[in-house]
Design a protein around this ligand. Structure first.
Ligand SMILES: Cc1cc2nc3c(=O)[nH]c(=O)nc-3n(C[C@H](O)[C@H](O)[C@H](O)COP(=O)(O)OP(=O)(O)OC[C@H]3O[C@@H](n4cnc5c(N)ncnc54)[C@H](O)[C@@H]3O)c2cc1C
Length: 532
């Protein structure tokens, strides 16, 4: 038994004493206190740390609860799971040899699916088209330095998936119990335990790499096999059920259930999933730009004169629909960089990343507007992919090639005139001054302009002279969804478990990892209860 005490501002005082004052008990009555959430409350002139604590008071708890003190309630098992409880391990047992699973894709969804399956004794085979993280690092460096992209191993493909060169933000709007499990597993792989209590935990690209190496070692130690540079090119079907995969080399691997966790950018995978008979539907998404500010501008606007003593500031802004559509900020990278992420030449796709220190001179965020089938060229499942692709190719042409990003000063964008020059940006391939109205669909441009004007009232200098828009932010999520039945198997082809962001069932590192955990547990149930 324990209590959850929320909204404590201890300042320099001992949290135990603060809790005792709030609960009206003696500090010596506090048997145990654990900080379960730590956040910075920047609404005040001097931003303050605010804590939520799990507090054990022994026999006094019922009496304290009866007083109905604001911000005090019972600490539930759901709270327990969220702060890092591991779900009960699947009992390791002998797994039928004819049902050994294949996991396609070593992003968060595939890695976490493989981990749970390995723990269950299933000896999964993890197939990844890209390189292990060490080799991938040099591919990414060459891409950003020289503009030479390896189509199989790059910012989106390779061990760790799309989020490896990222801000490593781990907060999610999901409230599932597995959020804590994912964080606890990351801590086991070497992540800083503070991610369990931070309200907005993040790792940073530099930390993610070591965590991935440790995760790989855990997988291998538990009996998983991993093959890199193994691109899956098709599914093998026998008697109406998927029984394995074909690699791009022509090699056929017949094993058992297949988890497909190929991410939202593997457009070739959408093709072979459709050809294998999986049901699919077109999905709405959001597209827009990256807005980049000098970091100090955002820090000063949000943290005030104490900004130098505080971590880089982040924001989340939403502009509801008015004359145009809604628009919102997304995936903010305080103290980060805008980076090119397209896995192929001829297209510009942008995203943001940061290091654990979030120490760059810039802060950036996506500003995006919803788009859907009414904007797409057609209504078939791949219409959204064609919409993205046309935007990305136009961006390449406008940027002048070499992965240069088309960009515009915000002031010029709002005034409707092309930019003649640009301040220095963080984008490693450089930026070309253009008029982004020549790139963005009119409704997207109009909605962004409306939102930027609204955001200027929230953040001083938001559209200041050195603020730049770079485009396009076009891969916010998957434009296709592969529906699943109640047991998690794909509609249209049993034996396949679609998982993660690419199949339309997750968005972000933690939610993709949760989806992978669930796919693995669904397979375990299926093997026990209904496998042939
Ligand atoms: C630059 C950047 C920054 C981001 N920042 C954040 C952030 O800070 N926080 C956050 O929550 N999210 C962030 N995201 C989003 C996050 O990375 C994704 O939501 C998440 O990685 C999705 O996980 P996934 O496992 O579903 O797919 P992915 O991570 O895309 O993994 C799919 C894997 O499958 C492999 N694959 C694809 N096709 C095949 C094939 N045919 N055969 C074999 N392997 C294949 C790919 O190589 C890849 O490794 C960021 C994304 C990017 C690109």
């Amino acid at each position: 038994m324990a209590l959850l005490v929320s909204g404590l501002y201890p300042g320099d005082a001992d949290p135990g004493v603060c809790v005792a004052v709030r609960l009206g008990v003696d500090p010596t009555d506090v048997v145990c206190l654990t900080v379960v959430r730590r956040a910075l409350d920047a609404r005040h002139r001097r931003p303050r740390t605010v804590l939520n604590c799990k507090v054990e008071l022994g026999i006094l708890e019922e009496a304290v609860l009866a007083r109905k003190i604001p911000g005090v309630r019972r600490f539930t098992t759901r709270d327990e799971a969220r702060v890092g409880g591991l779900a009960p391990a699947i009992v390791r047992r002998s797994w039928p040899a004819s049902l050994r699973p294949i996991v396609v894709g070593a992003g968060p969804a595939g890695l976490f699916a493989a981990l749970v399956l390995a723990e269950a004794g299933a000896e999964p085979l993890l197939l990844e088209r890209g390189d292990p993280v060490e080799a991938r690092r040099s591919r990414v460096a060459r891409y950003w330095r020289e503009g030479v992209v390896d189509p199989e191993s790059n910012v989106l493909y390779g061990e760790g998936g799309a989020g490896t060169w990222s801000d490593g933000k781990l907060h999610t709007r999901r409230r599932d119990a597995e959020v804590g499990e994912v964080l606890a597993r990351l801590v086991r792989c070497g992540a800083d335990p503070s991610i369990l209590e931070e309200a907005r935990p993040h790792l940073g690209t530099d930390r993610l790499r070591g965590i991935l190496q440790s995760l790989r070692n855990q997988l291998l130690a538990q009996g998983a096999q991993i093959r890199f540079r193994a691109r899956v090119d098709g599914l093998l079907v026998d008697a109406g059920r998927c029984v394995g995969v074909r690699l791009a080399t022509g090699e056929e691997i017949v094993r058992g259930p297949v988890v497909v966790a190929t991410g939202h950018s593997a457009r070739d995978a959408f093709g072979w999933l459709l050809r294998a008979g999986l049901a699919a539907e077109v999905r709405p998404m959001a597209v827009g730009v990256r807005i980049e500010h000098p970091r100090v501008l955002v820090d000063r606007a949000l943290h005030g004169r104490h900004h130098r003593d505080l971590p880089a500031a982040d924001y989340r802004l939403v502009c509801p629909p008015r004359e145009a559509r809604a628009a919102w900020s997304f995936c903010m990278c305080p103290g980060g960089l805008v980076v090119p992420v397209s896995p192929e030449s001829g297209r510009v796709v942008l995203n943001g990343m940061s290091l654990s220190t979030r120490g760059s001179r810039w802060s950036n965020a996506a500003l995006v507007v919803p788009v859907g089938p009414e904007d797409y060229p057609g209504s078939d499942p791949l219409a959204g992919v064609r919409f993205q692709d046309a935007l990305e190719q136009r961006a390449w042409d406008l940027g002048g090639g070499g992965f240069r990003a088309p960009a515009q000063r915000v002031s010029d964008f709002l005034a409707g005139r092309p930019s003649r020059d640009l301040p220095r940006t963080s984008h490693p391939r450089g930026a070309t001054p253009v008029d982004l109205h020549d790139l963005l669909p009119p409704v997207v441009a109009q909605s962004l302009a409306q939102a930027i004007r609204a955001f200027c009232k929230r953040i001083e200098g938001f559209a200041g002279p050195d603020v730049v828009l770079l485009a396009p932010e076009s891969r916010t999520t998957s434009p296709v969804r592969f529906p699943r039945g109640p047991d998690g198997q794909a509609v249209g082809l049993p034996g396949v478990w679609p998982a993660g962001e690419g199949t339309g069932h997750a968005g972000g590192i933690v939610s993709a990892a949760i989806d992978g955990l669930r796919a693995a547990r669904a397979i375990d149930r299926w093997v026990r209860i209904s496998a042939p």
